[in-house]
Write a protein that binds this ligand. Sequence first.
Ligand SMILES: [Zn+2]
Length: 141
Amino acid sequence: MKELKLSNIKYLVIHCSATKANQPFSVESLVTTGKEKFGQCSYHYYITRKGFVFKLLPLSVQGVHVSGYNSCSVGICYEGGYDANGHPADTRTETQRTAMLELLKDLKTFFPTARIVGHCELPGVAKSCPCFIPSKEYASL
Ligand SMILES: [Zn+2]
């Protein structure tokens, strides 16, 4: 795994797991999928539908979650992002939203100048992930 220099962190990038909200996607599945695809866990944090926050990677190592920005970002993934029909949707539960807000507030105390963005907001990304616009929702943080 590559080193992530904390002084380089410019973005807190929000993702969804791109799984149906009515089909649980466990933290173990997330880790396994990352290891199979990228040889390591992709994200630093995972927020489940029940609002549990798992820290999966130390901030001192790079995630593998967004092409071109892994060396300057923290990756945060929430469980869901697709509705029951498989269409992209903001499927966050109330507890998930609360957990995400608390996590972002904490991270902003350590990285006050970091911008909170969604995967889809970064240049050259043609994905709906995370199915809402974090820079708008968290503009006040
Ligand atoms: Zn993503």
